[in-house]
Unconditional design. Structure first.
Length: 124
């Protein structure tokens, strides 16, 4: 899987919101959270093209960008990587860390229960 920086991820996330998208579209989405400079975003788009995370089509005098990596696939890979790297491949210590620091909401707990119930049904 492609390794991307935190800022590159933010650009990818803006692109995943809807594509194909022009650099202006992406900048507008990014600027809803904080101010981004046009040149910075264009540099990040260029890096992502080089890394083959995104590609573009030229239409008249503009470029329309689209992802080559699905968000769900990227997030699944990153999640597995984090659990493997930080928790020796075990999910329980990660969840325990959140539970012990009171960062789990009632909704998180309900979603985890539903996931466990589904896993038990699927894996009997």
């Amino acid at each position: 899987m492609i390794e991307i920086s935190k800022t590159e991820f933010e650009v990818m996330d803006a692109l995943w919101q809807g594509y194909p998208a022009s650099a202006s579209d992406i900048i507008e989405r990014l600027n809803q959270g904080k101010d981004w400079h046009e040149k910075t975003v264009k540099t990040l788009l260029s890096r992502l093209v080089t890394k083959q995370a995104i590609d573009y089509e030229k239409q008249q005098r503009s470029y329309l960008y689209f992802p080559l990596v699905e968000k769900s696939a990227y997030l699944a890979n990153e999640s597995t990587s984090i659990v493997s790297r930080l928790f020796a491949g075990r999910v329980a210590p990660l969840v325990a860390g959140f539970a012990n620091s009171e960062n789990l909401s009632r909704q998180d707990v309900n979603e985890l229960k539903a996931l466990i119930d589904q896993w038990e049904k699927d894996n009997g």
